[in-house]
Design a protein around this ligand. Structure first.
Ligand SMILES: [Zn+2]
Length: 323
């Protein structure tokens, strides 16, 4: 609770804020973890949980919510619900800060959330095995997440050789707890891939920073011999203005050949039936993805709201290949 309170304070949350915790409670530690942290900080805390989008928006209005904790893919989805209700979160809410985390997301996704809601969005990192949230968090500089070196020793190792890597190289994060009494863990492998930035941060805090989590070493998939992280696809798609708030990647195997199909929702204003324009967009997305992941995907443009939505962590990759 103290660490989450520290993280929230760093991002600018103060006593007097109204905090809506829009993630699942129960075994998912992001719920209760932020609840206790926010109570420690002294905000009015609304345990709204995940899902039930219209009620979430009503709560925001009734309580004058200023800070939300939300899973990024759900934030993108919720914005559409605002739109359906004829509301604009920039004008019709008092939101100023969004704490986002619990699933890998790109900086482009963060920028979208900031624009859509008119907020400052901060990336949060934690894992259940290390008490949940509050392990590392972004400061206002938004260039990497400070991890709390008074509570954890963090190392980066090469997941294959298990050797420790120097700061600045990417590898798997390994944690040792310093303050836990009941269940200390020593050199616990997280499977989360990131880099440690050794340089001091411009904000002046001396705790070192880790990069955005690139993915889990086990959510990487291999297509035609190329290693691909879902985050690479997220970065490409969320940078394009025409792309809507949802997409899905399907992997198939046909005649012993792997295929990647990327289904992308197009924003309604761009989905106007001008086939040439859509075809141009489709080619542009294919080309951008190809230059990032070095494999040519089959891109399908679909109408807004046709792909399955998620209210918890998003399932973006569906692997239908049979081995
Ligand atoms: Zn900083």
């Amino acid at each position: 609770a103290n660490l989450v309170a520290r993280c929230m304070f760093m991002s600018g949350v103060r006593r007097g804020d109204v905090f809506q915790n829009m993630v699942g409670y129960g075994l998912f530690t992001g719920g209760l973890g932020f609840q206790y942290g926010a109570e420690r900080l002294g905000t009015l805390t609304i345990p709204s949980g995940s899902g039930n989008s219209k009620r979430q928006i009503t709560l925001m209005g009734d309580f004058g919510t200023t800070v939300i904790h939300i899973i990024p893919s759900y934030a993108l989805h919720l914005w559409k619900v605002f739109e359906e209700m004829g509301l604009d979160p920039k004008k019709d809410t008092q939101l100023r800060i969004a704490l986002i985390g619990a699933e890998p997301h790109s900086d482009a996704t963060r920028q979208r959330i900031e624009e859509m809601y008119g907020v400052e969005a901060f990336n949060s990192y934690g894992l259940s095995e290390m008490n949940g949230p509050g392990v590392a968090f972004e400061c206002p500089e938004k260039s990497g997440m400070h991890f709390w070196e008074d509570h954890f020793i963090i190392e980066v190792i090469d997941p294959k050789t298990l050797k420790a890597l120097p700061d600045g190289e990417e590898g798997e994060l390994v944690f040792t707890t310093l303050m836990r009494e009941a269940m200390p863990l020593i050199r616990y492998r997280s499977k989360d891939l990131a880099t440690i930035f050794p340089e001091p941060c411009r904000c002046g805090r001396s705790h070192r920073r880790i990069s955005r989590i690139k993915g889990r070493s086990d959510d990487m998939f291999i297509l035609k011999g190329v290693n691909i992280f879902p985050l690479q696809i997220d970065t490409v798609l969320m940078t394009l203005a025409e792309v809507g708030t949802n997409y899905q990647v399907v992997l198939e195997r046909e005649n012993f050949e792997d295929k990647m199909i990327v289904q992308v929702e197009v924003r309604p204003e761009f989905f106007k039936g001008d086939l040439r324009q859509l075809e141009r967009l489709r080619r542009q997305i294919t080309e951008s993805l190809r230059s990032e992941i070095l494999v040519t995907p089959k891109v399908e443009l679909v109408e807004p709201d046709t792909l399955p939505k998620s209210e918890g962590k998003a399932v973006r990759v569906i692997d239908r290949r049979e081995m």
